[in-house]
Design a protein around this ligand. Structure first.
Ligand code: SF4
Length: 245
């Protein structure tokens, strides 16, 4: 089974900067019967990027599609056949490295495209996690889990994700030096606010390459998929707040 994908519109922006991102999309939340997002909120669960793009296109009367089914199969494989999954992932990463080098691009990997697993905890081969297996390769992710043991992992970059009801975690994440990704409910034609919660906003939709972001910023993202209709508090509306003030 091929586990990694590449080529979504945001990834294509990274190509111009010389980076080729490969993403692992698992089934988020407990869609597969296994929980992959231990700190998910009601808002992020219903607005999850899992439904953005082709993953959210269903034939009339159907509630699933090939993309969703593949994500569920991969997730079940991760939980039920861990060793096979890890070997397949290792092969896919090796292939991605080869392909990218041929193209003159730098391969980078995001393993939580639609999940929030603590990859540092899982062995890829006995005694080594994925970051130790590929020490010269850059990995990056978003997470809502505080306290992950990643400080000593030089090739793994994490951005903390704000959501509905996780403000206390956001403050702790800031204190721990994380950038915080925040989804804004404005049109892509509207500029993002210059600051939010007292911090400079950096447009995170210009590329997906979070490990290149400046430090101590809010990484602003435009709402996509179901998030465009979110009213849970997951999506923030700075324009509305400014107009209402
Ligand atoms: S937004 Fe993130 S944490 Fe929430 S359900 Fe989706 S993948 Fe999981």
């Amino acid at each position: 089974m091929k586990l990694l994908s590449t080529g979504n519109p945001k990834i294509l922006k990274g190509l111009k900067q010389g980076f080729n991102t490969y993403i692992l999309h698992l089934a988020p939340a407990n869609l597969s019967g296994y929980e992959t997002c231990p700190k998910r909120t009601a808002g992020c669960t219903s607005a999850c990027l899992n439904t953005a793009g082709r993953g959210g296109m269903f034939k009339k009367g159907e509630t699933t599609n090939m993309i969703q089914n593949a994500r569920i199969r991969k997730t079940k494989m991760f939980f039920e056949q861990r060793q096979d999954f890890m070997l397949a992932l290792k092969k896919d990463i090796e292939l991605g490295i080869k392909q990218s080098k041929k193209l003159g691009l730098i391969p980078v990997f995001r393993l939580n495209g639609t999940s929030d697993l603590a990859w540092e905890k899982y062995d890829m081969i006995p005694g080594q996690n994925v970051f130790e297996c590929f020490p010269d390769i850059q990995f990056y992710d978003y997470t809502k889990i505080l306290g992950r043991k990643v400080k000593g992992i030089a090739n793994y970059h994490l951005t903390f994700s704000a959501a509905d009801g996780n403000d206390a975690d956001v403050y702790r994440a800031i204190a721990e030096g994380y950038n915080v990704a925040t989804v804004f409910g404005m049109k892509k034609t509207e500029p993002m606010p210059e600051t939010y919660s007292g911090r400079t906003v950096f447009n995170g939709d210009d590329s997906d390459l979070r490990f290149l972001d400046p430090k101590n910023v809010v990484v602003g993202l435009y709402a996509k998929g179901k998030a465009k209709k979110d009213t849970s508090g997951f999506v923030k509306y700075p324009t509305f707040l400014m107009k209402a003030a």
